[in-house]
Design a binder for this molecule. Structure first.
Ligand code: UDP
Length: 325
């Protein structure tokens, strides 16, 4: 792809910072807006001083900064959001306002400068759907509005509707990516994500906290595979106006994941089953299974993940060991 200027909202975060590394290595210009609420400066500080890189520490609700950056951008990758189940349950107002208001600001700015936009969404929007695997055109089934976990899914659904509406009504080149469980170095366990939490617990020989009975399963995709899928969508001229699942189809139960992490770290840790009500509220609903159908992305750009879960665990262990030393 010819050299482009790409604005990444949430670029100091887990996925955003890896995407920044890749795009800069491909000779693109990268602008980041991030308020460091969940992102970290250390994820991007290796690029400070690079003339192709700019970092604005600001919220996406800051219209002036967002407008200035959008005016220079060809493409906006909108990753800034309130994410992580724990954050959502603890801060529902922040989640709803950031996710809906932020996307609105990004789309308005993109329209002013006719930027291509990629909006990050989430497999959470499939909710409690039980038809496996999940395809982009499937119906979605969310829980009651009294259960604030679903506020995240609903906020992201509004983002999707809004993005597709900008495409349909204004002809803006917008596409939606639904991320499934993405894992790898730089992910923090602070907001509930399971793999960095298990790895940290194992390295400290503490019990691994498996919520519920551990039979619930997920498909974990390595972030280096995920950013390759993302860049293929960034580059594709004709991907707009649609939604794409992006994730692995390799399923593993959380109990088995815990065992795998213990094995890989040679840890003395045991497994501790923690009832959901001890972690969240009594009415918390988890999803039992979540498997993507990635056929749409695969047939468009030929993407499929290449890195195994064992290799990913090794990368995360390596990262956490370095952080702890
Ligand atoms: N989980 C767990 N122990 C933890 C953190 C998470 O058993 O310390 C479980 C969680 O209940 C869910 C799965 O691991 O079933 C994946 O959680 P994560 O927050 O990483 O992603 P989610 O799929 O919920 O978005």
């Amino acid at each position: 792809m010819e050299r482009k200027t790409i604005l990444i909202t949430g670029g100091a975060g887990f996925i955003g910072s890896h995407l920044t590394d890749l795009l800069l290595s491909q000779n693109h210009r990268v602008l980041i807006i991030d308020d460091l609420s969940t992102g970290q400066e250390s994820n991007i500080s290796q690029h400070f001083g690079n003339p192709d890189f700019q970092f604005a520490r600001a919220s996406i609700m800051n219209e002036v900064v967002l407008d200035r950056l959008a005016s220079e951008a060809d493409i906006i990758v909108h990753l800034a959001a309130a994410v992580g189940v724990r954050l959502i349950v603890e801060q529902p107002v922040h989640t709803i306002e950031t996710n809906i208001g932020g996307t609105e600001q990004v789309l308005k700015a993109a329209l002013r400068y006719r930027c291509k936009v990629i909006i990050a969404s989430t497999s959470e929007v499939y909710g409690k759907g039980s038809k496996i695997p999940f395809s982009e055109e499937d119906d979605v089934l969310l829980g009651a509005t009294s259960k604030n976990r679903w506020a995240y899914a609903a906020s992201k659904m509004v983002d999707e509707f809004l993005g597709l509406a900008y495409h349909g009504q204004y002809g803006l080149n917008v596409l939606i990516v639904r991320f499934f469980n993405t894992v790898g170095p730089r992910q923090t366990g602070r907001y509930g994500m399971v793999l960095p939490r298990f790895v940290k617990q194992a390295l400290n020989n503490e019990p691994l906290t498996v919520y519920g009975d551990g039979t619930q399963s997920r498909c974990f995709c390595n972030v280096f595979d995920v950013i390759k899928g993302l860049t293929s969508l960034i580059e594709h001229e004709d991907a707009g106006g649609r939604t794409y699942n992006l994730g692995s189809t390799d399923e593993i139960s959380i109990a088995e994941l815990a065992q795998r992490v213990i094995l890989k770290t040679n840890s003395k840790s045991t497994i501790l089953n923690v009832p959901y009500e001890n972690v969240y509220t009594a009415d918390f609903e988890d999803m039992q299974r979540r498997v993507p159908d990635t056929g749409r992305l695969n047939s468009l750009v030929g993407w499929s993940p290449a890195i195994s879960l064992d290799e990913t665990i090794a990368q995360v262990v390596d990262y956490e060991r370095k952080r702890q030393s």
